[in-house]
Every structure is written in C-alpha cells, then in structure tokens.
Design a protein around this ligand. Structure first.
Ligand SMILES: Cc1cc2nc3c(=O)[nH]c(=O)nc-3n(C[C@H](O)[C@H](O)[C@H](O)COP(=O)(O)OP(=O)(O)OC[C@H]3O[C@@H](n4cnc5c(N)ncnc54)[C@H](O)[C@@H]3O)c2cc1C
Length: 471
C-alpha cells in the first residue's frame, strides 16, 4: 500500500558521514528547517556499515564526525603503530557516534525523520519516491526547499564491490573483511591493491604474526602518502602541524614545475613514498604514520605489473606480465577504489544541493560548511563562489588543482564575517583542532599563523603557472 505524500524542507539522499555532518550543521544554523533522510542501510554511517572489522579512521578523530559532538577522546595512542599520535576512531566507534547523533539529537529534535532501509529514486514525472526495501511500500516526498544529494562519494569497499579480475575455481580470494576468520596458516598471503585498504590488510597481517616473507603485495600504482604526524591537533603539535602547512605552501611557491614541487615536498618530509626507488603516480589523500610505513617496508615481495586480470592456481596474470604463485595462497582483495571522481556539478544547483568537497580531503568539514552557507547566504552565485568544488585527487598533478580551489575558497570564507566566526569554532575545521589550547597571547604561535597566511598567498599566486605547466 502506498503512503500519502510527506512534506519536508530538505530531503537528504543518504545517511552516510557527509549527510550526517550536513544535517547536524543545518539543524544548528537553520532553526526552522525540517529534514527527511533516506538510506538503504539500516542505520546511519554509510560505507562504515560495510567496512572490514579492523578499519579505523586514517585521519585523527579530532576533526571527524559531526560538528556538534566530539568523536575524539583527545588522548594520544600509547601503543601500536599510531603511538604518540592522537587517536583514530575504529569503525565501530564511528558508527556509534553517528547512531548517537541520530538517536540523541536528530530524532528528538522533532525536525528529522530517518527512513532507514529505504531507497530514493526520482520518478520520470519528477516525483521524489522512496521505496521500503523490506515491504516495497512507496512514499512520495514533497520538498519545500531542496533535495540534498549525499551519495556522490560512491564509496566502494571490498565487501560491496567484488573484484573485477577472474578467479580460478579452488583459489581462495577473500575480501579484507574476512581476514579475522582465518583458522589455519597459509604458505602465502597475497594482498591485491595498493590503496588504504591494501595498506590496512598488510598491516593487519604483520600485526597478527604473519612473517613479511609470507606476504606478497600487488600494487598496481604507487601513491604519494601524507605523514600523519604532520596533521596532529592540539597546541603541543601546533609548530609541527602549522609548520607542515606552511611547508606545503612554500614548496608550491618555490617550485618551477610539478616534479620540482614533489621533490621539495618529499625533501621536507611532507610527502612519503613506500619505496624510495619507485616514483609514485597517484595521490589519493592516503595518510600513514612513520611506524606504519616502516612495517610496510618489511614486505619485499611487491609486484608492480599493473592490475590483476586473473588468478590461476599457479600464477597471477597482470596487465604487464605474470608471476608464479603458490597453490596454498590466500588472496586478499583490496582492489575496490574507495574514492571515485564525482560528476562535475556545482554544489548549489537550483533546487538541488550536491555535497561535494570544498576543502581538500575533508568531506565532512565540507558538508558542514555547505550547510552553513545554505543557511546564511541566499544568492546562488554567492553560494557557489564560497563553495567551489575541489576536484577529487587521483594523479599527482591533481595536488595543484586541489590546492588552487582550496586556497581560493579559504580566501573567500575569510571575507564573510559569519563564516569566519563559524570556522573559528567548528570542530570539523582542522585548523580549529590545531589551534585547540593555543593562547592568543602566545606570540610565537601567532607569528606562525600570520606566516601561514602570507605563505598561502604566495602559493596561490604560483599555482596558475604550475597548473599551466602540468597540463
Ligand atoms: C577505510 C576508509 C577510511 C577513511 N578515513 C577517513 C578519515 O579518517 N577522514 C576523512 O575525512 N575521511 C575518511 N574516509 C573517507 C570517507 O569515505 C568519508 O569520510 C565519508 O565516510 C564518506 O561518506 P559519504 O556519506 O559521503 O558516503 P557513503 O559512506 O558512501 O554514504 C552514502 C550513503 O548513501 C546511501 N545511498 C546511495 N544511494 C542511495 C539511494 N538511491 N537511496 C538511498 N540511499 C542511498 C548509501 O546506502 C550510503 O549509506 C575514509 C574512507 C575509507 C573507505
């Protein structure tokens, strides 16, 4: 039976992390707005519901989640490969954070309705239809203000995206989520994929007593990696974190070409690579600790022959050749690409709002900022000027485009008095997290802050030339 039409100000497709960050700020900044959220999953959190059990955030919890509630315990890890650095919430903690936000803030507000286990589709007649996955019941939604698309991330994880290569009968190939189900030793463990999931699978094996000699790692393309020590919150890390931000700006401002810029970034310790002899050809915002990198470098058997095409009982066929394989190998598929290129759309598109990135590698902060702009800026041109879309990175050259848009957006945010104040207090703003505990009377730290503004301006001035050379 079909239910009558629901009426709402905002219909949000998705209840993943970006949708949650958007709605949280919208509730604070638009006190009269009502919201319907719809998601295929049974609870908020999006791809975190499908992740491997040992997944953790890659960046500090201090600036992840929603703006109104802390996710971080503000303690540094004392053990493990993140020791000395601020904590990284586990997947379970991330899900619990979003569940609490939904149950303790969104729903009790009386302004949010959450339709879990439901699918959104626009009808051919333009109607907004929501279908219950369990019963097939269809509801239509009438929107007073905007349709918010929070699905652009299209996050792919191995459990939801099977491998694209063929696997011979009898070969054991598991998604990384199944690793804790291992019940017997294998002669060899072959991890397929060089992204963060692949990194996490290799680290999990090493942490669980698998000798590096038993691990083979297939890396289609090497990525530049960020050093997590350079992205730490808190006053005690301010010199390092702000120093590394300034260092990035200086590397851009001083560079004569893209390769020269990467040399400078690497020389300053701002970018890392797995193998000093291999030039990375990707950049996807991956971040590691130095301890993690040291562990990964213990794996000698790294295969760099492109993507896997087929796994046969005694060999692996790749784009550029094949390698022999032990029969008793457990293959761990980490080939799903967590980052996709969203379509080229503006954030503010008439009656539609696209939750896209407006600061590099910060999707949740971006979603919250978009909610602020939606609440306080009415002119669509002005809204889009504050929220120019930062392209998702893939190739090293994308580093330039990311920074060009990020710096231009940041400069415009500073000119908006309300946004300036919001940025100063928003916990999702990495700069706010870096400034936590910094005394305004601390002249040395304030001088560093001033220096970063000057360095940013110099970098912004240099970027057009580097972008032109990189084309
Ligand atoms: C392992 C891993 C670690 C990460 N660590 C960090 C980190 O430390 N810091 C950071 O900033 N980012 C990190 N990220 C990036 C992360 O992907 C984003 O932070 C964020 O979780 C993406 O959320 P999302 O809501 O945009 O997308 P998703 O999680 O993909 O959510 C989209 C939701 O939309 C729903 N949906 C789609 N279409 C429909 C439809 N038609 N009807 C109903 N529902 C629909 C889906 O069911 C899904 O729940 C990490 C990513 C991965 C994979």
């Amino acid at each position: 039976m079909n239910a009558p039409t629901m009426l709402t100000d905002y219909l949000v497709i998705g209840a993943g992390a970006t949708a949650m960050a958007f709605v949280d700020t919208l509730l604070s900044e638009s006190p009269d707005a009502s919201v319907v959220m719809v998601d295929r999953h049974h609870r908020p959190g999006g791809h975190w519901n499908d992740a491997y059990p040992f997944v953790r955030l890659h960046q500090p919890s201090a600036f992840y989640g929603v703006a109104s509630r802390e996710l971080s315990h503000w303690t540094r890890d004392q053990t493990g490969l993140n020791a000395g650095l601020y904590g990284l919430a586990s997947g379970a903690e991330v899900l619990s954070h979003f569940e609490q936000v939904m149950q303790q803030r969104f729903l009790p507000s009386g302004r949010v309705r959450f339709l879990a286990m439901n699918e959104y589709a626009a009808g051919a007649d333009g109607a907004h239809r929501i279908t219950a996955l369990t019963s097939g019941a269809v509801q239509t939604v009438a929107i007073r203000r905007k349709l918010v698309d929070a699905t652009h991330a299209q996050t792919a994880v191995p459990t939801t995206h099977p491998p694209k290569y063929t696997i011979a009968r009898g070969v054991a190939c598991w998604p990384s989520a199944k690793l804790p189900e291992i019940t017997r030793p294998h002669i060899r463990y072959t991890v397929i994929g060089g992204g963060k999931t692949g990194i996490d699978a290799c680290l999990w094996l090493l942490e669980n007593d698998v000798s590096p000699d038993c691990i083979r790692w297939i890396i289609p393309r090497d990525s530049w990696l960020l050093d997590r020590a350079n992205a730490q919150p808190g006053a005690e890390n301010f010199e390092t974190s702000m120093g590394s931000t300034i260092g990035q700006f200086e590397a851009i401002a001083e560079a004569t070409s893209l390769p020269d810029m990467f040399n400078r970034l690497e020389a300053r310790g701002l970018l890392l690579r797995l193998d000093p002899a291999v030039e990375p050809t990707m950049y996807r915002c991956a971040i590691v600790s130095q301890a993690e990198l040291a562990q990964l470098r213990r794996i000698d058997d790294v295969v760099r022959l492109g993507r896997v095409r087929a796994i046969e009982p005694t060999r692996i066929v790749l784009d550029r050749g094949s390698v022999p394989a032990d029969a008793d190998t457990l293959y761990i598929d980490c080939s799903a690409s967590a980052i996709v290129h969203p379509p080229r759309l503006p954030v503010f598109e008439g009656e539609r709002l696209n939750l896209l990135m407006v600061r590099w590698c910060q999707p949740l902060f971006s979603a919250a900022l978009i909610a602020y702009v939606e609440s306080h800026v009415t002119d669509p041109a002005a809204q889009n000027a504050l929220c120019a879309v930062v392209p998702s990175p893939e190739r090293p050259a994308d580093w330039l485009g990311m920074w060009a848009v990020t710096l231009a957006n940041t400069a415009r945010w500073r000119e908006h008095a309300g946004l300036r104040d919001w940025l100063r207090t928003c916990r999702l703003n990495s700069l706010t997290a870096m400034m936590r505990g910094v005394e305004p009377a601390d002249a040395a730290k304030m001088a560093l802050l001033q220096a970063s503004a000057a360095a940013a301006a110099a970098a912004a001035a240099r970027l057009p030339l580097l972008l032109a050379k990189a084309r």
